[in-house]
Ligand binder design. Sequence first.
Ligand code: ZN
Length: 497
Amino acid sequence: MTAAYDSLLAHLRETHLLTGAAALLAWDQETGMPPGAGDERARQLALLARLQHERRTEPRVGEWLATCERDPDGDADRAANLRELRRDFDRARRLPAALVEELAATESRAQLAWVAARAASDFAAFRPWLERMVDLQRQKADCLREPGHPRWDALADGFEPGMTAAGLRPLFAALRPRLTALRERLAGGTPPADALARRQVDEARQEAFVRAVVAAMGFDFHRGRLDRSAHPFCTNTGGDVRLTTRFRRDHVLDALGSAMHEAGHGLYEQGLAPAHRGTPLGEPVSLGVHESQSRLWENHVGRAHAFWQWCWPLAERHLGAAVAGFAAEAAFAAANRVEPGLIRVEADEATYDLHVLVRFELEQDLLDGDLAVADLPARWNELYRAQLGVEVPDDRRGCLQDVHWACGLFGYFPTYTLGNLYAAQLAAAADRALGGLAPWLARGEFQPLREWLRENVHRHGRRLPPAELCQRATGAPLSAESFLAHLERKLPTVYGL
Ligand code: ZN
């Protein structure tokens, strides 16, 4: 029995090497690859995706699993690994290798087509790729779903085990009215000036500042990097963790927020147990929980009053004359402006989830065939008018703004909202456990918070399902309450109410 389990783990660890190699190629595609290499890169990534899939679905993996399952003895780690491996194996076996390979190749090419289409705000150029992708995602969902179950749920379950559209609707229903009421209340206050956010700051200075903050958070640069890309992201190559951010001369707070966000993801990856690398216990449990780590650092730390007491002198030191005349108070206020906008990744805490809601509705309709790809821009614009009260001037700032659908990520967006809700609930629990977070943040002492997260979230890997992880770490099931209470407490004070 032990022999079967050992063989299984050895096989998984070898497959994990392929996963890391693919992650590195994908990272390179986003950070430095010349465009002429795109076709060959798509073929490389497709081959690696197929090889990983073949290794995960080999008959002997099923035999090892079955042998292990006949012997229920063993420790809790083994039981958790076997439970998760069974889930992965059964899911992967439902997908034909040819579909997996075609998805990977289409994702890689569609992503390049999206970059060009977005730059030119040319939806017509992207449309055939999106049509192909929707078709492939439907095929994928039909392979994965139980008869009669929604396609959307089958895809979402791959990102957030247990997440369903029906389970999400009550959370969005709880969010919408109170976020709208909060926005109306803030409209009666004084919006913070955004003069600081708009100061022209040299990119090299921004980078030095951002690196200092990320290092203070405890991101390990010996096992990690920070680079630039058009769309910030974080990836794990197995041996190290790579973050990217972007720098715009006229928006220093954007670079900081993006870098803290990605570093929050990076701390989760770096906090996974090295002894379990390549097995489920060494993997993040879900994208919602992953996003909770990034949003916690971006919003509950980076947009906190106490944080700016520590961070402002650091900002002055790195950014120099560009920020002369401002103070910590102005930085805190500028970081907390609420303004319904067009772009999800630039959205404030109070409107972000409405952007997610739009995509959640659209992708269900695309998968169910209730919305044709050709009609996407018009429907997108209509929903932005209804949910956020803004007019979309062009597709670049409309339905072409996010790379996700080009990358085949359908059923993914709501993990951002789950991340916001988990983040607020975890931050409240950490606040209770540490006797108040503010004094620590004000001194730039992030270790107690990082260690609390490591202990309660990171080190578990996939040992506990997301719902149970949340219950154990915070003492309650996930709800919208902590998130709404956090915004309703903080934002009115920023608006002088
Ligand atoms: Zn994120």
